[in-house]
Every structure is written in structure tokens, then in C-alpha cells.
Design a binder for this molecule. Structure first.
Ligand SMILES: Cc1cc2nc3c(=O)[nH]c(=O)nc-3n(C[C@H](O)[C@H](O)[C@H](O)COP(=O)(O)OP(=O)(O)OC[C@H]3O[C@@H](n4cnc5c(N)ncnc54)[C@H](O)[C@@H]3O)c2cc1C
Length: 486
């Protein structure tokens, strides 16, 4: 016992960087030898909100951290408690420094176990606040002010040379080697990449941010594309916010900067909702919708699978899903449209699609994801009800069909007037374009629509507006406004 070297731990989670990093600062100041720990936890590797793409991004992010420190992050692949116990057997762990995590129910339960274990062992676990997300937060009275204070505070000046880093070798033989192989279709992880992407945004591509934000194709370039870097903590929100503000006086950039900085505010606003009311992982945040009917017929599973695979017969819906599967990214409006199609047109319970999209979004962030999903599914009782017409969205936001042609290659040869509504092809046109709709006979096949959106729109609208008027929904809406809105 007496021979064990006294150390501190910095437990890295979704904060995979070495700048503006409070737990690291605490370790620097404490002066003890420090071990940086990242654990690939089986409970998360098996969780269906996550997929290979996330773990590749984490692997890349860790490689970037390693390139900046004079040692290596100690990586484990076991339950968190097992990793901590193994370390505490070899060393005398004095303190654990980490960020608070606004995560899924399983990380919340794990944190409770860690807290109990640390107490038992006499280890001090000090958690830093993540961005401006407060714990606890019972209302939003002073929240905006708090957000401003956090975002405008000086960046933490990490001095890595002060760290006496030590490393422990865990058994990681079960971690797949292919996570180390880049996927050129997806954004690669790491703080250096984050910096380059943001610099590139300000170089030129972000100037029309606010105009192009809803276009599925152009937004891929004109949006910041910082979401995975923020979600996995390759850059702190404050670092990004302060970088954004530096450009506010540039000629021609005012509107882009205003639109972007308000979204950085939304980032914490949505995570705060989840932090304050995490039951929204399982239930409608507005309890008045408890009994809202969803489809329960024997075609639900096949319709859900068609949505998941980009085979609904609606070109923009399918293009978005296929783009997500390949690249891990689509813009905000298209995400909203996918949820609307699932919960309004297909009338499938949003909870049956939420994990699927989480596993596809490279930037999966539980707080934003659940809060946005419920909002788009129309079960908050406080937001505008939006039922997107996917054909109208396609004509408005992809008028030349470039995005659709890119991802629904079987439709690539169709002229614009047929591209958005391929189900209107006559038998002659099917032969001409060697495309069959809903059959598997001629040339390439594209599915017939799995739902008629002109009918489903009416049904969803009647249902949602009828529920919106219910006394219990209105009562809950008031509670939600008091708790989550300033
Ligand atoms: C159903 C649904 C699920 C979503 N799930 C996620 C998710 O898991 N992770 C995630 O980061 N975003 C999520 N979003 C929000 C938004 O779509 C993405 O943040 C944005 O598209 C990411 O691209 P960007 O970084 O280029 O965004 P930009 O427009 O450049 O915005 C910069 C940053 O601001 C924040 N931001 C932007 N829009 C929003 C928003 N509407 N709400 C909250 N924060 C926002 C993000 O951190 C983003 O990286 C979701 C939206 C919907 C409709």
C-alpha cells in the first residue's frame, strides 16, 4: 500500500483536447504525476445510439491529443470502474478530474457508481462544468447571463509542460484495428482538424452561411461543420465562440456571424434541457402526449426499415438518409424533415427512430438530439408544429436536384420535372429512363412511395392540433416554459 505512487487522474470523455481544459489545468496545478485516461466502455460500444464512426472519431481525436503531450493517453477497454480499480491497485489515486457529462441514462448511472466508488476509496472526484450547462438548474432566470459569462471568460491557458505524465498499459487487444483506418467520406477527429475546419470556414466558405443553411448540398460547405468537434470536445464551445466573435466586424459577414453565434447559444440551451429533465430519453417531455396514438399495424416495421435505409420512395428523404449513412452529416432542416417524415407522415413513434439517427450523426450529442427530436416530432406542446412536405422541400432547397442525383443515383437521369415525383413516371417513361418504380423488372428499381403525403399531412395535422388543445398538454406546456425557457 505504502509503495504505491501517488497520482492524479484526468478522465477524458467528450473533451478530447488539451486546450481550454479545466480538468487538465487542475492537474497541472496539483503538481502530482498525472495519468490521462480514456475508456472505451463496453456499455457505450454496445449502445445503439453509437456506431463505428463515433469510435473512429474518438480514436483519431486521441491520436491528436497524443501528438501534443509528452506521453500518451492511457486507453482502456473495460467498465469504467474496472479501469479505475486497476489503476488504484497500481497507484495511489489522489484525485480524479473530469468534466460533467450530460449523457444518456447509462452514463448517468455509471457516474453514480463512480461517485460511490471514489468515496469508498477516499478519492476526491472533482467535476468541471461542461460549457455553460448548469447542474442543477431549476429555471432559466439567470441562465443567459451565465452563458455570456462563461463564453466571454478568458480561455484557460493549459501549460502541458507542467504535467508530469505517466502511462498505464491496459489490455486493449479487443479494440478493432480498423478504427485507426480513416474513412475519407467522414470528417476526421482531432483538435488540429477542428482548428483547420474553423479557419477554413472563415477563409471564405462561411460568408453565405445564413443564406445556404437550409440547402442540403450547399450547406455542407457553407455551414461551419464544427458539430462533431464540439460534440466530442475537440474544441471547447468557448474557443469557438470567441473565434467567431473576432470576425463580427468583417465586411459582409455580420449576418453570418449573428446567425452562427446564436446557434452556439442554442447548443447549450438544448443540452441544458436534457440535463434538467433527462427522462426525455424515454418519455415525451410533455406528459400530456403520453397516450398520443402511433401506428401499430403490421406494416410499421417494414416502413421503419424503408425510412432507415433510404427507400421510402420520396427522393429527398431517401437522399438525406443515404447521405447520412455514407457521410455522417446532413444539415438542420433535413434532419428535421427526416424526423417529420417518420413521426408525422409515417406516424411512427419518434422513439423508434431516435437511436438510428443518433448512430448515424457523427456529431451525436444526446442533449441536442433528444430535445430536437421531440421538438420536430411535435410532442413538446410549446413549439410550432412543422409537418414538412418532402416534395416541396426538394423543389425549394434542391431545385436542380443535384443533391438528390448525388445520393439516389438510380434517379440521376430523370429530368427535373420527374425527379421530385418519380411515381408519376408513365410506363413509356419507365422504359425510356430504364427505371422501374416499385417493381424489380426493368433496369434499376426505385421504390414506390410508402405513404401518400397529401393524405398523411392532413391526418397528422388534425391529430397534432387536436392534441395541442388538450388541457393536460397545455398545463404541461406551461410547466415546460417555466422550467426550460427564459
Ligand atoms: C432531429 C435533430 C437532431 C439533431 N441532433 C444533433 C446532434 O446529435 N448533435 C448536434 O450537434 N446537433 C444536432 N442537431 C442540430 C443541428 O442540426 C446540428 O448541430 C447542425 O446541423 C450541425 O452542423 P454544423 O456544425 O455545420 O452547424 P452550424 O449551423 O455551423 O452551427 C454551429 C454549431 O451550433 C450548434 N447548433 C447548430 N444548430 C443547432 C440547433 N438547431 N440546436 C442546437 N445546437 C445547434 C452546433 O453545435 C453546431 O455545430 C439536430 C437537429 C435535429 C433537427
Amino acid at each position: 500500500m505504502g509503495d504505491r505512487q501517488k497520482i492524479n487522474l484526468v478522465w477524458l470523455k467528450r473533451d478530447l483536447r488539451v486546450s481550454d481544459h479545466e480538468p487538465l489545468k487542475r492537474a497541472e496545478e496539483a503538481g502530482l504525476p498525472t495519468l490521462l485516461l480514456y475508456v472505451f466502455e463496453p456499455m457505450l460500444l454496445q449502445d445503439s445510439h453509437y456506431s463505428e464512426r463515433h469510435w473512429r472519431f474518438v480514436t483519431e481525436s486521441l491520436a491528436d491529443v497524443n501528438s501534443k503531450i509528452s506521453g500518451k493517453v492511457s486507453v482502456a477497454n473495460c467498465d469504467l470502474i474496472e479501469a479505475l480499480a486497476e489503476l488504484n491497485e497500481h497507484y495511489l489515486v489522489d484525485s480524479i478530474f473530469s468534466y460533467q457529462e450530460t449523457g444518456l441514462a447509462n452514463t448517468f448511472a455509471r457516474d453514480k457508481t463512480v461517485s460511490g466508488w471514489a468515496k469508498e476509496q477516499g478519492i476526491n472526484w472533482l467535476e468541471s462544468q461542461m460549457a455553460a450547462v448548469m447542474r442543477p438548474c431549476n429555471n432559466r432566470d439567470s441562465w443567459d447571463k451565465h452563458w455570456q459569462q462563461v463564453m466571454n471568460a478568458e480561455l484557460i491557458n493549459n501549460q502541458l509542460d507542467k504535467l508530469k505524465l505517466i502511462q498505464h498499459k491496459f489490455d486493449t487487444s479487443q479494440l478493432p484495428a480498423y478504427w485507426k483506418v480513416a474513412n475519407p467520406m467522414m470528417q476526421a477527429g482531432g483538435a488540429s482538424k477542428a482548428k483547420n475546419v474553423l479557419a477554413d470556414f472563415f477563409e471564405a466558405r462561411g460568408k453565405d452561411y445564413h443564406w445556404l443553411i437550409s440547402k442540403p448540398l450547399q450547406s455542407q460547405v457553407s455551414c461551419s461543420r464544427m458539430s462533431p468537434y464540439l460534440a466530442w470536445g475537440n474544441m471547447s464551445l468557448r474557443e469557438m465562440y470567441q473565434a467567431v466573435l473576432q470576425h463580427r466586424k468583417r465586411d459582409g459577414w455580420r449576418r453570418a456571424i449573428t446567425a452562427l453565434s446564436s446557434r452556439l447559444h442554442w447548443h447549450c440551451h438544448f443540452i441544458q434541457k436534457f440535463e434538467s429533465e433527462c427522462r426525455m430519453q424515454f418519455d415525451h417531455i410533455n406528459a400530456g402526449y403520453q397516450a398520443i396514438p402511433y401506428r401499430d399495424d403490421d406494416r410499421v416495421d417494414s416502413d421503419l426499415a424503408a425510412w432507415q435505409q433510404g427507400q421510402t420512395g420520396y427522393p429527398l428523404v431517401d437522399a438525406c438518409m443515404r447521405c447520412l449513412i455514407e457521410t455522417g452529416y446532413i444539415n438542420f432542416r433535413m434532419r428535421a424533415m427526416l424526423v417529420s417524415f417518420l413521426s408525422h407522415h409515417l406516424q411512427i413513434d419518434w422513439r423508434r427512430g431516435v437511436e438510428h439517427l443518433g448512430s448515424l450523426f457523427l456529431d451525436f450529442e444526446p442533449g441536442i438530439h433528444y430535445a430536437q427530436f421531440q421538438m420536430q416530432a411535435g410532442v413538446t406542446g410549446i413549439n410550432t408544429i412543422r409537418i414538412y412536405n418532402p416534395t416541396k422541400q426538394a423543389k425549394e432547397h434542391d431545385p436542380q436536384g443535384e443533391f438528390i442525383r448525388r445520393w439516389c443515383v438510380e434517379l440521376a437521369d430523370l429530368p427535373n420535372q420527374l425527379l421530385f415525383e418519380p411515381w408519376t413516371l408513365t410506363a413509356m417513361e419507365e422504359l425510356m429512363y430504364e427505371l422501374s418504380i416499385g417493381k424489380e423488372s426493368i433496369g434499376t428499381d426505385y421504390p414506390a412511395p410508402i405513404v401518400d403525403t397529401s393524405i398523411s399531412y392532413r391526418q397528422a395535422s388534425d391529430l397534432l392540433w387536436a392534441w395541442r388543445k388538450r388541457a393536460d398538454v397545455k398545463r404541461e406546456a406551461k410547466r415546460i416554459l417555466n422550467r426550460h425557457v427564459r
